[in-house]
Design a protein around this ligand. Sequence first.
Ligand code: AMP
Length: 282
Amino acid sequence: MKQINNSHEMQAFARESCRNGKSIALVPTMGFLHEGHLELMRRAREKADLVVVSIFVNPIQFGPNEDLDCYPRDLKGDLDKCQSVEVDIVFTPTPKDLYPDHFQTSVAVSDITKVLCGTSRPNHFQGVTTVVSKLFNITLPDFAFFGEKDFQQLAVIRRMVVDLNFPLEIIGVPIVRESDGLAMSSRNAYLPAQERAEAPAIYQALTYAKELFSQGNKNSPELCQTVSEQLNQNIKSDFIIEYIEIYDSLNLTQIKDTILAPATILIAVHLGKTRLIDNLQL
Ligand code: AMP
């Protein structure tokens, strides 16, 4: 496994690999890797000749009062984990490399970035689409892997790839969960013991809504209300629900009344100081 920390070297390597007929799969991450990330890498390993994992805590996707400065990092551990799933290249650029002085270009997807997480994080998705565009141009992948954990992000990236004719295939990977159901996330490391113990209530509440749906309740507000009630019953720590909404799984439009199309229930909760997101296909 090779580590490259410079975008020119990375791009030169990718161009050379393309010329030699090697297919490339990219797995973009912000590091502090867990089984969810490793699952993306395993899927990438099956798909392409070369697996490139990027590790970059992207400053422009964080808001002014968010956790950029304390975002967990462990490069040494991450490199070991990448090696264990046979990654070929770990790309670790610096912020200065990706955003040199006078940088002033961005990529923005309009409508679907304004809902759900976009409401509380107004510049977040523009930061994501800008860095992901750069990573695509630097690593020249044939395939790029993203987790369904970030359901809206996956939809936004798919939209961008179609709209801007990026010549690659986006592959979504199902959410990997802890044994108690909590969706794996680098941010779970922030949770103190009591909050960590209560956090699985989020997935349990989503699962309960799915059960009600399969028993015939197709009413979107009622299902969302039930999830909210479940959380209030089962979480004793301080928490704030940012949103619980049901969306059409394919075109990411909100379903405000009866659920007729394939649908996904999405949630964002602030548990203590930690913002957690999750979703479940109904
Ligand atoms: P992050 O490092 O949080 O930016 O995540 C990098 C990639 O891993 C994104 O495509 C995430 O959606 C994906 N990912 C993070 N957590 C999980 C998980 N629990 N299951 C599946 N994919 C995940």
